[in-house]
Design a protein around this ligand. Structure first.
Ligand SMILES: Cc1cc2nc3c(=O)[nH]c(=O)nc-3n(C[C@H](O)[C@H](O)[C@H](O)COP(=O)(O)OP(=O)(O)OC[C@H]3O[C@@H](n4cnc5c(N)ncnc54)[C@H](O)[C@@H]3O)c2cc1C
Length: 558
C-alpha cells in the first residue's frame, strides 16, 4: 500500500488488502472510503471484507463505488458530504487511486481554484488534466449547447513574446485565423522599469493599453487560461470556456514569487523597501534614491533563473551613480546580496562591471539569499549557503532595500502536462517546438531553453516560432533555429552601458562591430541605444512583426 497525500484530511492509494486496515488505523486514519466496485479483479477483497476489518481496527467505512471512466456529479457530491461527515483524516482507495482523486478534484471544484486542485493532485502523482474542464465548471460536466471557439493558432499570453509572435505569424500568413488570450488591460515595456527607477523614464511611457497592441486581424480573447488539454487540442479558460486550436503557442511569462520571502509583500512600497520589478514600485525606487542622505542600501538577487539577470545590479549602479552625482556616495554603505556565486554569468562582461563595483565601493556578498524582511524594523534576513561551509542565517539592517523577487513558472503552467521537472514548458532549444506535443511551441520567459530570459531573447525567438509554424502548415519540417541570443544592457552609470549580448553557452553575439560598439566596455553609444532607440524598436518594430536585424538562422536538413 503506497499512500499518496492529497491534503491533510485525505490520502489515497490503489487497492488495499485486509491486513492494511490495522496499519491505516495505526497511522492515524479514522475513516476509509472504498471507490472500487466489487468484482473488478479476481484477487480483490470485497467491500464487506474490508468493512469488517475496518470496523475491527476502529475505523469508519463507506462504500461509494465508481465505475471506471464514469465519475458522476452525484457521486462527487456524496464524496464531498462524506469528507465533511466522516471523522478525519480519511483514506480513500480504488484500483489505482485515480477514481478517488478524481472524486476529490470534482468535489472541491466549487471551493478551490483549478490551479490549486491540479497542483495538489499532481504533487500526489495523479494527472487530472482530463477533468480540468469539469473542475473549471464547478465540478459539473459542461453542456455542449455553446460551441467551442476554434482557431488555426492560439497564443497564450500577449506580453513581449505573444504580441511579437502574433505579428510575425500574420506577416508570413495573413489569412491565418489567430486568437491571442490574455486577461490584462495593460501591456508593459518592462525593460523600461530600470530607467524609471533611475528617474530617466516616466513610468507611463512603459505602459500601453493591450487593445492598441493586438495586431490587426488577430482575435483578442480577454480571459485567463486555467488549464491545458493537449490531447483534445484545447485550452480551458477561467470560468470553463474552451478554446480549440490547430497549433498552440505558449508564452505567459513567469511568476514573480513575492510571497516566497517572509514579510516582503506587506512592506513593499513603504519602509524603504522597493523593487524595479513592479510598474507601481519603480517610481518609489527613484524617490528613495533621491531621499537617501547616507546609510545602508541593499540590493538583492534571488537564485536563477530570473528575467533580466542584470536588473538587480543595474538598480544598484544607477542608484550609486545618482549618489555620486549628489556627492553622497561617501555616506552610503552599498551591499549587493546575491544568491548566486558570480557577478554576471558571462565572464567577458565581468571586468567592466567590477570596475564600477570598485568605483562605488559596493560590497559583493555571494551565496546570500533573501528569505525574510521586517519592514518596520528595517531588517533583511538572508540564508547564506557558501560552498564547503555550514549554511547560516544572517540578519542585516538597511535604510533602503531593493528586492528582486524569486521567480518561477506560473502556477497554471507548473501543473500542466507541458512542463519539465522544474515546471518550465519543455521545448527543443533550437526549434522552440514542444518536445512531446508536435503542435505546440513556446517562447519568452516561460520555456526551458537555457537562454537569458529577456525581451531581446523573445524578439529573436518570435520569428523562429513564426517561421517554423508557417513551415509546419506548409507540410515542411522546421526551417528556423534559435541560437540562444539574449541581451542585457547593464546600466553601470547614468549615461553609460555595458551591453551584454550572448547566446547559448555564453558565446558572445554582438549586434555591432567592435569599432562601432564594444559591448564589453561601458559606452555612451550603448546608453543612447537603450534610452532612445530600443523603446521605439520594441513598440514599433518588434510588436508589429518588423524583424529588423534578427533574421533567424536557417536549419539545414541533413
Ligand atoms: C525590471 C526589469 C528589467 C528588465 N530589463 C530588460 C532589458 O533591459 N532587456 C530585455 O531584453 N529584457 C528585460 N527585462 C525582461 C523582459 O521584460 C521579459 O523577459 C519579457 O517581458 C518576457 O516576455 P514574455 O512575453 O515571455 O512575458 P511578459 O512580457 O511578462 O508577458 C506575459 C503575458 O502573459 C499574460 N498571462 C499571464 N498569465 C496568463 C494566463 N493565465 N492566461 C493568459 N495570459 C496570461 C500576462 O498578462 C502578460 O501579458 C526586464 C524585466 C524587468 C522586470
Amino acid at each position: 500500500m503506497e499512500l499518496k497525500k492529497i491534503t491533510d484530511g485525505l490520502s489515497v492509494s490503489g487497492q488495499i488488502q485486509i491486513d492494511d486496515l490495522a496499519k491505516l488505523a495505526k497511522r492515524g486514519f479514522r475513516s476509509v472510503i472504498c471507490n472500487r466496485p466489487d468484482g473488478e479483479a479476481a484477487d480483490q477483497p470485497t467491500h464487506d471484507e474490508i468493512e469488517a476489518a475496518a470496523t475491527q481496527a476502529g475505523l469508519r467505512f463507506l462504500y461509494l463505488p465508481v465505475t471506471p471512466g464514469i465519475v458522476t456529479e452525484e457521486t462527487a457530491t456524496l464524496f464531498r458530504e462524506a469528507l465533511t461527515e466522516l471523522p478525519g483524516p480519511v483514506f480513500g482507495y480504488c484500483r489505482t487511486g485515480t477514481r478517488t482523486t478524481t472524486l476529490w478534484a470534482l468535489a472541491m471544484a466549487k471551493e478551490k481554484s483549478v490551479v490549486d486542485i491540479l497542483a495538489a493532485t499532481k504533487a500526489a502523482g495523479y494527472d487530472m488534466t482530463g477533468v480540468a474542464r469539469r473542475i473549471a465548471n464547478g465540478g459539473v460536466t459542461p453542456t455542449d449547447s455553446v460551441e467551442d471557439a476554434s482557431y488555426d493558432v492560439v497564443i497564450v499570453g500577449a506580453g513581449a513574446a505573444g504580441v511579437a509572435v502574433a505579428s510575425s505569424l500574420k506577416s508570413r500568413k495573413s489569412d491565418l485565423d489567430i486568437a491571442i488570450i490574455d486577461p490584462a488591460d495593460i501591456h508593459y515595456y518592462q525593460p523600461g522599469w530600470t530607467m524609471v527607477g533611475a528617474g530617466v523614464f516616466d513610468a507611463q511611457t512603459t505602459a500601453k493599453t493591450m487593445g492598441s497592441l493586438i495586431p490587426r486581424g488577430v482575435h483578442w480573447v480577454k480571459s485567463a487560461v486555467a488549464a491545458f488539454e493537449p490531447a483534445n487540442n484545447a485550452v480551458i479558460l477561467d470560468g470553463c470556456r474552451v478554446v480549440k486550436y490547430k497549433r498552440l503557442i505558449v508564452c505567459p511569462g513567469l511568476k514573480l514569487d513575492w510571497a516566497a520571502v517572509d514579510g516582503l509583500e506587506e512592506t513593499l512600497g513603504k519602509n524603504g523597501v522597493t523593487s524595479n520589478y513592479r510598474y507601481d514600485l519603480a517610481p518609489y525606487t527613484w524617490k528613495l534614491v533621491q531621499e537617501q542622505k547616507g546609510g545602508r542600501a541593499i540590493f538583492t538577487q534571488p537564485p536563477m533563473p530570473i528575467k533580466c539577470a542584470g536588473a538587480p545590479q543595474k538598480a544598484m549602479y544607477l542608484s550609486a551613480s545618482e549618489w555620486e552625482k549628489q556627492g553622497k556616495l561617501g555616506n552610503m554603505d552599498i551591499q549587493f546580496m546575491n544568491a548566486g556565486g558570480v557577478l554576471f554569468g558571462v565572464k567577458d562582461y565581468v571586468p567592466a562591471l567590477e570596475e564600477y563595483v570598485k568605483r562605488y565601493d559596493a560590497k559583493l556578498n555571494f551565496f546570500h539569499n533573501l528569505i525574510a524582511v521586517d519592514g518596520p524594523n528595517k531588517t533583511a534576513t538572508f540564508k547564506v549557503a557558501k560552498p564547503d561551509a555550514e549554511p547560516e542565517t544572517v540578519t542585516v539592517e538597511f535604510d533602503m532595500l531593493h528586492v528582486c523577487p524569486p521567480q518561477c513558472a506560473p502556477d497554471f503552467i507548473k501543473v500542466s502536462p507541458l512542463v519539465d521537472a522544474a515546471g518550465w514548458v519543455d521545448v527543443d532549444q533550437v526549434t522552440l517546438r514542444h518536445k512531446t506535443f508536435d503542435n505546440i511551441w513556446s517562447l519568452g520567459d516561460v520555456m526551458n531553453a537555457p537562454n537569458a530570459k529577456t525581451a531581446a531573447a523573445a524578439r529573436m525567438q518570435a520569428p523562429v516560432v513564426a517561421a517554423n509554424i508557417a513551415a509546419d502548415i506548409d507540410g515542411k519540417g522546421p526551417q528556423a533555429g534559435y541560437n540562444g541570443y539574449g541581451s542585457c544592457p547593464l546600466t553601470v552609470e547614468k549615461g553609460k552601458i555595458v551591453l551584454a549580448e550572448f547566446g547559448y553557452g555564453g558565446v558572445l553575439l554582438p549586434s555591432f562591430p567592435k569599432w562601432a560598439l564594444d559591448g564589453t566596455k561601458a559606452t555612451r553609444r550603448a546608453w543612447i541605444l537603450k534610452e532612445q532607440i530600443l523603446p521605439p524598436v520594441y513598440w514599433k518594430a518588434m510588436l508589429r512583426g518588423k524583424e529588423w536585424m534578427i533574421k533567424p538562422e536557417k536549419i539545414i536538413a541533413k
